[in-house]
Design a protein around this ligand. Sequence first.
Ligand SMILES: NC(=O)c1ccc[n+]([C@@H]2O[C@H](COP(=O)([O-])OP(=O)(O)OC[C@H]3O[C@@H](n4cnc5c(N)ncnc54)[C@H](OP(=O)(O)O)[C@@H]3O)[C@@H](O)[C@H]2O)c1
Length: 374
Amino acid sequence: MAAQINRDSKDSEVKKSMEEQRMQAVLLTGHGGYDKLVTKELPIPKPETGQVLVRVKTSGLNFAELHCRQGLYQVPGGLPPCPFSMGMECAGVVEEVGSGVVQPKPGTRVICLNDFGLWKEFAAVKAERCFPIPEGMSFEEAAALAVNYLTAYLMLFNFGNLRQGTSVLIHMAAGGVGIAATQLCKTVPDVTVYGTASAHKHELIREMGVKHPIDYRNMDYEVEIRKISPKGVDIVLDPLSGKDTMKCFDLLRPMGKLIVFGAANMMQGENRSMLNVAKTWWNSPSFGAMDMMQKNKSVSGFHLGYLADETELLTNAMNEIIRLYQAGRIKPKIDSVWHFANIKDAMKQMHERKNVGKVVLTWDEKLVAKPEKQ
Ligand SMILES: NC(=O)c1ccc[n+]([C@@H]2O[C@H](COP(=O)([O-])OP(=O)(O)OC[C@H]3O[C@@H](n4cnc5c(N)ncnc54)[C@H](OP(=O)(O)O)[C@@H]3O)[C@@H](O)[C@H]2O)c1
């Protein structure tokens, strides 16, 4: 009897100490500038049915999180109330699995997708939103794969029907999605890529596969493209919105496709500019079906956040992206790796248009890598 009491009290002590284990998390405390981000201790979550607990090594920083910090990001059901943890993609190791989970097993290195909540040392994620990291892929590359490559892949292949001999205009061509899209274009023979980016990034995007880099900050990209191809291009990926959307539509050749997937024109530095938001909104065109019929053009809109329930679509695309990585056809370009404690500097790198490739966040001091000299 005494032994039983001893064992029970020991078990409950172990359970208590597990429950008391704490982790670091980056939280958004309100909408605004960098001062709205704080690091805080929270209890480590328990994986629920169908979930796994992941020890997070790296996370991707996305433009969406800049919008989110400013209260400008749209998701189904709206943003969670502050304080909450942002972070929609991460890479790490499965620590524990919830009931009903067969795969992935504890110890598996995984890439994870979630609506929010991955800027933590440990995150509980749906097992079906975890993808095993292939051999040879680093945690930094794994954090750069999901959002950027899924977005680029689904736009180019599902909406764009990208085929041999076509031409594509990629805006923000030196950014995370931009480089992913350029690399994916190179998986199809004879695709001509036009890319806009700040001038100092042109050498790199040329290496990635952009045939015609355009310095949009000092030149009119429509004029530059028409000098080379008077009829325009077959596909335009538009992450800008506002008046650029109409310009992109006008640049389409007959049978061309415009895919709108962002509103970067709303953004002007650290703090929200309501003037920019209003201008972008006001200048974004509406398209009439009859008008498009006469012009032989199509317009699509893409938002990965609204595809969260499309498990089959996301899994098939992710499997194909991993296959392309394994075949050496694509490789994420990492701009820099920042410790989560320096999240403000990581965001600044993007706001100030300095990044060339993906900005990655980590909890592991050893993975931190400064941006290349700019
Ligand atoms: N709909 C979706 O599901 C989805 C998913 C992922 C991303 N996106 C969109 O795709 C775009 C790219 O996202 P990303 O995460 O890959 O970011 P990113 O391209 O790495 O973003 C940073 C770069 O964007 C360019 N830029 C253009 N306008 C800017 C502005 N107003 N402020 C700061 N930088 C600006 C700058 O490069 P240059 O000066 O060289 O142009 C900057 O270095 C964003 O519009 C994002 O919202 C949409």
